[in-house]
Design a protein around this ligand. Structure first.
Ligand code: FAD
Length: 411
């Protein structure tokens, strides 16, 4: 039995919550329970530098075990929580034991959506979420290089496109199949979707937009190709499926907490049980207007973790900052600030044709709601300031590099 605060999930949100609890003066026991065999590590490099073989294990690690120990945070890996008894304030572990808590943090992350098609479970059809997934993909990529077999990525979202870029870096033949008419259609302006399509094509990726996948073809070695609805088969020695994630809210749901495609939390991380908070990919945050927002990003996991810790300490620390995200593909860094859903107009600042550094400003009416910057870190930082301050340039000002947007912040 253990008193104190239990944190289910030793990822970004779990670690951030644990550290924020200590920093906030919590003196009781803090136990991080993670079902992976690895200690906490950074997930973003799994599709980028780690998959490319350009990063070592020490760089991937989020915290060395000694660092957590110094903060008296007990890390238990390979431990799966299978149930919560809210009345008894205990959690049940897969090994049959139980732990008690005075406060419980759910930071269980998300799971890649499986390909719901014939052959979707064939060997060599892989998704990318964990370090083990990345190792399996890297191993299969090596086999594809040796056997001169191509890679197919299903899903032109961030993870799929990052994997495609990394595979090209390794010299693999790559096809990306995207069902929608454009890449990253839900988050990027059309002009930036087109730019990304061109970027991938110029790096040798075969891009098939509007592709309808009908199934996976396989033989004894595993996957051999992806069958399309029109009957064509795209050959593959490896298929990486990147078609989104599902929040890990099963534990919370079974315990009777409010869930709606994620554990429903307020801006402070409270769930519908005052002793239980939640943070990160597993959550759906209730916004002021009542709608729910699901974000899957390092910033969200970090900030919600800090808010959740504060909530357990009886403080209010709402996470209301401008959301931001990044993605690395080839030598281009995309940095996104704000949420672009509902945009009805755009302005481009900088030379998008040259592609050397530019930003796309998203407007809803006259209001600036988001800015996506490519190799333009200065624009990104300034965008976050504008959005935090609720200051909108006009579209003409946003698109005019001779206009100093910083001047809007000082008046
Ligand atoms: P996770 O980091 O997934 O941690 C949850 C942990 O809980 C996992 O280890 C899980 O195994 C464990 N767990 C689940 N259920 C249980 C249980 N019952 N018992 C015990 N343990 C359990 N974000 C960015 O902002 N920028 C990027 O460039 C970027 N790139 C990414 C690239 C990849 C390949 C991936 C997979 C993600 C990327 N992300 C990126 C997203 C970002 O990594 C996630 O949003 C973030 O890791 C979420 O943190 P989390 O703590 O909520 O979940």
């Amino acid at each position: 039995m253990s008193a104190g605060i239990l944190i289910v999930g030793a990822g970004q949100a779990g670690v951030m919550t644990a550290e924020a609890l200590r920093a906030g003066g919590y003196n009781g026991a803090i136990t991080l329970l993670g079902d992976e065999t690895h200690g906490p590590y950074h997930r973003p490099p799994l599709s980028k530098a780690w998959l490319a073989g350009e990063m070592d294990a020490a760089q991937l690690a989020m915290r060395a075990p000694e660092m957590l120990a110094r903060k008296q945070i007990e890390l238990r890996t390979g431990v799966s929580v299978i149930a919560i008894d809210r009345a008894a304030q205990t959690v049940q572990l897969a090994d049959g034991s139980a732990l008690s808590y005075e406060g419980l943090v759910l930071a269980t992350g998300s799971t890649p959506r499986a390909l719901p098609l014939p052959g979707g479970g064939a060997p060599g059809v892989l998704a990318l979420r964990s370090k083990d997934d990345a190792s399996a993909i890297a191993e299969r990529m090596t086999a594809c290089i040796e056997q001169d077999r191509p890679v197919v990525v299903i899903g032109g979202g961030f993870i799929g496109l990052e994997v495609a870029a990394t595979a090209r870096k390794k010299g693999l033949k790559v096809t990306v199949l995207e069902a929608a008419p454009r890449l990253l259609g839900r988050v990027l302006a059309p002009v930036l979707s087109d730019w990304y399509a061109e970027l991938h094509r110029s790096h040798g990726v075969q891009l098939m937009l509007g592709a309808q996948v009908a199934g996976i073809e396989a033989d004894a070695r595993g996957v051999t190709g992806v069958k399309l609805a029109d009957g064509n088969v795209v050959p593959a020695g490896l298929v990486v499926v990147g078609i989104g994630v599902i929040a890990n809210d099963q534990l919370a749901k079974a315990a009777g907490l409010e869930c709606d495609r994620g554990i429903v939390v307020d801006a402070c991380g409270h769930t519908s049980d005052p002793r239980i908070v939640a943070a990160g990919d597993c959550t759906a945050r209730r916004l002021a207007g009542g709608s729910l927002l699901r974000l899957e990003s390092v910033q969200n996991a970090t900030e919600q973790g800090k808010s959740a810790a504060a909530a357990l300490l009886g403080q209010e620390r709402p996470f209301i900052a401008t959301p931001w995200f990044w993605s690395d593909q080839y030598d281009r860094k995309l940095q996104m600030a704000g949420l672009s859903m509902g945009a009805d107009g755009w302005a481009v600042r900088g030379d998008i044709a040259a592609g050397t550094g530019f930003s796309v400003y998203h407007f809803q009416g006259a209001r600036l709601i988001a800015v996506d910057s490519v190799n333009a870190a200065k624009d990104h930082l300034q965008a976050r300031k504008l959005l935090d301050a609720g200051v909108s340039p006009t579209r003409d000002q946003a698109g005019d590099t001779s206009f100093d947007l910083a001047s809007l912040l000082t008046t």
